[in-house]
Write a protein that binds this ligand. Structure first.
Ligand SMILES: *Cc1c(COP(=O)(O)O)cnc(C)c1O
Length: 425
């Protein structure tokens, strides 16, 4: 094994150090495997109960009327998430689109949207109109209110209660920290917040941005009272195979609203050809629990290595995880660049490409992104990215298999070691 890694340029020092750290992680990995085992059975049960057949794997063209596989897949999602209905479509182009669709279809002019967990994901700022933009909710007369988390990362219940008013129609809760430094929320913490919201305002609709969270716990936000959960198929639930797509699972009425908005009033879920993606949607969903587990193991391994080297990591290697994102505060631009270049060189596709920091629309500093993916932009595959600014944190996520996630971390660490940017103990 060691020789194998040597061929890939991993030094004895880095290999020995990493293997030693890995030894300590066995109990954590066992927990992750137990969750994957539970979720594998949950997915399998849903597929069997819904009688998924070979015919479901075929697709339709044109209008997509009577698309058996598409309709059955939506039933499978509803079974897994314990919701009344689901919308799972290749016509939903990404996570932001799925979230925008859920919001725009379930809010009407004069309604107010509340985020009780601070600033939502960057791309939603233009959707909501926090940053003014064409087509935003604000343009349609939908107002927005936000209650920030308390300094310790907990919910500010007093101010949440004050923010709820007659206009509050929908509450959005983001499960994963995304690219912020707050903690990600456990499903049970989200459940407590939902219970509070529903007690104060029983008719409010609660949506959870479930991106990066699916299958990291044995329950999902829809099991603790969320009316809608929303996510991207090129993250966890696509299992690395879905080439595009998003989902919304929830109350029948919410899904109906979303379907009439996605296609058209009067058409709803009846149209929308699945083309050739269904086999990958089903198979990806089937693999998703173990793929999410691989990504989590990679994240925990990265946390362990970098906390041992004296860097701040969120979450730490022994914290219970609620998503697959790992941040490591590397404290210098050189380290961030070396880490990302190491990740890129570990990729199955475009391993020969060399990422450099550059300007990106929507960012106020240069950004470096490393990903050598089968599916473009898929962040369930091994990837890392970082804005080149204080505190020089890199965000690492994905890994379709644990051995590949492990190798990515070894390669990144080797790059830091060779450039004399870290000292091994
Ligand atoms: C990725 C992500 C989104 C947006 O998804 P895209 O597919 O990149 O548009 C929204 N919210 C969270 C928490 C995410 O992680």
């Amino acid at each position: 094994m060691e020789n194998n890694y040597k061929e890939f340029g991993i030094s004895d020092e880095v290999y020995a150090f990493a293997e030693e750290k890995l030894n300590d992680l066995k109990p954590r990995f066992d927990e992750i495997d137990r969750i994957a085992e539970y979720n594998q059975m949950k997915v399998l049960k849903a597929m069997q109960d819904c009688q998924v057949s070979e015919a479901c794997l075929l697709g339709t063209t044109g209008y997509g009327y009577n698309d058996l596989g598409r309709d059955r897949l939506e039933e499978v999602y509803a079974h897994i998430f314990h919701t009344e209905d689901a919308l799972v479509r290749p016509q939903i182009t990404c996570g932001t689109h799925a979230l925008a669709l859920a919001l725009m279809s379930n809010l009407r002019p004069g309604d107010e949207l509340l985020s009780p967990v601070g600033k939502p994901y960057d791309t939603l700022e233009k959707v909501i109109g926090i940053t003014p933009h064409k087509g935003s909710l604000a343009e349609y007369g939908i107002t927005y209110r936000q209650v920030d988390l308390l300094p310790d990362g907990s919910f500010d219940y007093d101010n949440i209660e004050k923010a709820l008013n007659d206009k509050t129609k929908l509450v959005t809760i983001q499960r994963s920290k995304g690219y912020q430094t707050r903690p990600s929320f456990s499903v049970s913490a989200i459940g407590e917040l939902i219970a509070f919201l529903k007690e104060k305002k029983p008719d409010v609709t609660v949506m959870v941005d479930n991106c990066y969270g699916e299958f990291t716990e044995t329950i999902e936000p829809s099991d603790v009272g969320a009316d809608m959960i929303v996510g991207s198929l090129i993250k966890n639930p696509g299992g690395g195979l879905a080439p595009i797509g998003g989902y919304i699972a929830g109350k029948k009425e919410c899904i109906e609203n979303a379907a009439y908005r996605l296609t058209s009033p009067g058409l709803g879920k009846e149209v929308g050809a699945s083309l050739g993606v269904l086999k990958d949607f089903y198979q990806g969903l089937f693999l998703a629990p173990t793929v999410a587990a691989s990504a989590e193991k990679g994240a925990i391994f990265a946390a362990k290595i970098y906390e041992s080297l004296g860097f701040d990591v969120i979450p730490s290697s022994d914290e219970v995880r609620h998503d697959i994102i790992q941040s490591v505060v590397l404290k210098s631009a050189e380290r961030v660049i070396a880490f990302c270049q190491g990740i890129q060189s570990a990729s199955p596709v475009d391993s020969m490409a060399m990422p450099y920091p550059d300007d990106m629309p929507g960012y106020d500093s240069k950004v470096i992104m490393a990903a050598g993916n089968f599916i473009s932009g898929s962040s369930i595959e091994l990837s890392a990215d970082a804005p080149i600014r204080e505190p020089y944190a890199v965000y690492f996520q994905g890994g379709l298999t644990w051995p590949h996630a492990k190798f990515g971390i070894l390669r990144a660490t080797e790059e830091l070691f060779r450039r004399n940017l870290i000292e091994l103990p």
